[in-house]
Design a protein around this ligand. Sequence first.
Ligand SMILES: Nc1ncnc2c1ncn2[C@@H]1O[C@H](COP(=O)(O)OP(=O)(O)OP(=O)(O)O)[C@@H](O)[C@H]1O
Ligand SMILES: [Mg+2]
Length: 265
Amino acid sequence: MPLICIASPKGGVGKTTLSANLADALRRQGCRVLAMDLDPQNALRLHFGVALTDRGGFLAQLAHGLTWRDAVRQTAAGVALLPHGTVAMADALATVAMLERAPELLVGALREMLADPSLIVVADLPPGPSRVLELMAPHAAMTVVVLLADAYGAALMPEIDSGRFLGLGALYGPQPDRLRLVLNQVDYGSRLSRTVAQALARHLGPRLLGALAREDAVGEALAAQRLLLDSAPASRAALDVRALGRTIADALPLPVEAAAGWWAR
Ligand SMILES: Nc1ncnc2c1ncn2[C@@H]1O[C@H](COP(=O)(O)OP(=O)(O)OP(=O)(O)O)[C@@H](O)[C@H]1O
Ligand SMILES: [Mg+2]
């Protein structure tokens, strides 16, 4: 039932990494999870070991009448995956134009997903404001904005309260409680990173869901096309991902189906 959108004002901050590993953490907590890639980079699948030759996906094939159920991949992790699909520039622009004309193609599919009371949808969004974020955000129980614990994150602090930092003032103005933040790539060996993390934690209070340590294990997991909890379960970042999963489960709360394979019902 609940939709969790993962977004950010800036690119390359760890949205896809968080989407994949949070989906995995929630599944390990006993939830049925559908991880949905809405970014034409089509990178979410890499975390789940989907073959590079598998180019299919939901948004990429929207024009061809493919239903979202047809586009779902079952992953070894037990998370259901809806890849974006591989697209050339012209296809990506055509998808945006189509969503402009016929938003129901996406929103109708999303409504079907959210009608399943025990399913959690984790959506990986493109960086910055986008048409897909505009369409998805009103349906989200929670939008998690990822910021880096760096100078840019610190500079954005005054913009966070207004929602202007994501061009989202209008989207979240009426429901600011649905907007939460995660700090990524906290480097505990760096004074700047620690200081920014502490300052943001003080400023954001409960709006900050948690932080994810900067660690080679995170990139190594992706390089091996594995999930962090599988490849480096004892790493600091893995502990952080588990904690984020628990915090989100407490905040929403999430439906849990004990012993469920994700899709098997
Ligand atoms: N906590 C971390 N520690 C170390 N490396 C990280 C961490 N989080 C993300 N990375 C690395 O940072 C890079 C960018 O991550 P990712 O692709 O998840 O960002 P993104 O926000 O989805 O990017 P985009 O805006 O392009 O979609 C990747 O190489 C990833 O492995
Ligand atoms: Mg990404």
